[in-house]
Design a binder for this molecule. Structure first.
Ligand code: ATP
Ligand code: MG
Length: 221
C-alpha cells in the first residue's frame, strides 16, 4: 500500500471576537491509496475543518499536507486550485451544484475549469453507474435531493481524482436515499480506484469503512 495524502501536525485556529478557537490541535494522519476512511466525532470536533484542509480548500495555522511529497499548503492559491481539481473530488452535504448550469455541465465542471475535454466513454460510464441517464439536460432545481447528490458524486469522480472527500454526504437525505447514495459513492470509488474520506455521524456508514478515525476536540483519539 502506498500513502496518497499525509497530514503532519496540523493545527487550525479561528480568530473570533471572543478570542481564538482551536479547531485542530496537532493532527497527524496517513491516508493510503484506494482505502475508505470514515471520520467520526461529535459536532464541533473538527471534522469539516480537517476535510477542508486535506482538500486544500483551507490552510492550516501550522503543519503540512503532503501529496506525493508536495506540501500543498505552500502552493499559491492558484496552483493549489489546479492541484485540487486534478487530485480531488468533493461531495458536500449541501450538494453545491451550480443552479444556472444543467446536470451535464455541472458534472463536467472540474474538466471545463481546466479546459479539458471529457472522455465520453468514461462520462457515460459514470452517468450509468449513478443512474443519471435521462437527467443530463435538467437543472439542479428540477431534481430531488438524492438526484442532486448523485450529480455531485458524478462531478467528484469525473476528472478521475485519486481522492474523494465527502462531508456528511447523506446529511440532507432520508435514510433509504442516503443508503442508496452511499452505495453508489462506494461503488464509484472502488470501480475508479479512489481513496475515500467521509466525515459522518452515521454509525452504519462508518462501519463500512476500512478505517475509522475518531476526532475529539481537534485531536485524533
Ligand atoms: N469559520 C469559522 N470561524 C470560527 N470558528 C469556526 C469556523 N469554522 C469552524 N469553527 C469552529 O471550529 C470547531 C470545529 O468545527 P467543524 O466545523 O470542523 O466541526 P465538525 O466536526 O465538522 O462539526 P459538525 O459535525 O457539526 O459538522 C468548532 O468549535 C467550530 O465552532
Ligand atoms: Mg462538519
Amino acid at each position: 500500500m502506498s500513502t496518497l495524502i499525509s497530514a503532519r501536525n496540523i493545527y487550525r485556529e479561528y480568530k473570533v471576537s471572543a478570542g481564538n478557537v482551536s479547531a485542530l490541535n496537532g493532527i497527524s494522519l496517513d491516508f493510503e491509496e484506494k482505502r475508505f476512511y470514515a471520520i467520526i466525532g461529535r459536532s464541533g470536533s473538527g471534522k469539516s475543518t480537517l476535510l477542508h484542509i486535506l482538500g486544500g480548500l483551507d490552510k492550516p495555522t501550522a503543519g503540512e499536507i503532503l501529496i506525493e511529497g508536495q506540501d500543498i499548503c505552500k502552493l499559491t492559491d492558484e496552483k493549489r486550485s489546479v492541484f485540487r481539481r486534478r487530485y480531488m473530488g468533493f461531495v458536500f452535504q449541501q450538494y453545491n451544484l451550480l443552479d444556472e448550469h444543467n446536470v451535464r455541465d455541472n458534472i463536467l465542471m472540474p474538466l471545463s475549469l481546466d479546459h479539458k475535454k471529457p472522455d465520453v466513454i468514461f462520462y457515460n460510464e459514470v452517468i450509468n453507474t449513478l443512474g443519471l441517464e435521462g437527467k443530463t439536460k435538467k437543472y439542479p432545481c428540477e431534481l430531488s435531493g438524492g438526484e442532486q447528490q448523485r450529480v455531485a458524486i458524478a462531478r467528484s469522480v469525473i476528472a478521475k481524482p485519486k481522492l474523494i472527500i465527502a462531508d456528511e454526504p447523506t446529511g440532507n437525505l432520508d435514510k433509504k436515499t442516503g443508503e442508496e447514495t452511499i452505495a453508489l459513492l462506494l461503488e464509484c470509488a472502488k470501480k475508479f480506484g479512489q481513496t475515500l474520506i467521509i466525515a459522518t455521524h452515521d454509525q452504519e456508514l462508518a462501519k463500512k469503512a476500512d478505517e475509522i478515525v475518531r476526532i475529539e476536540d481537534g485531536r485524533v483519539v
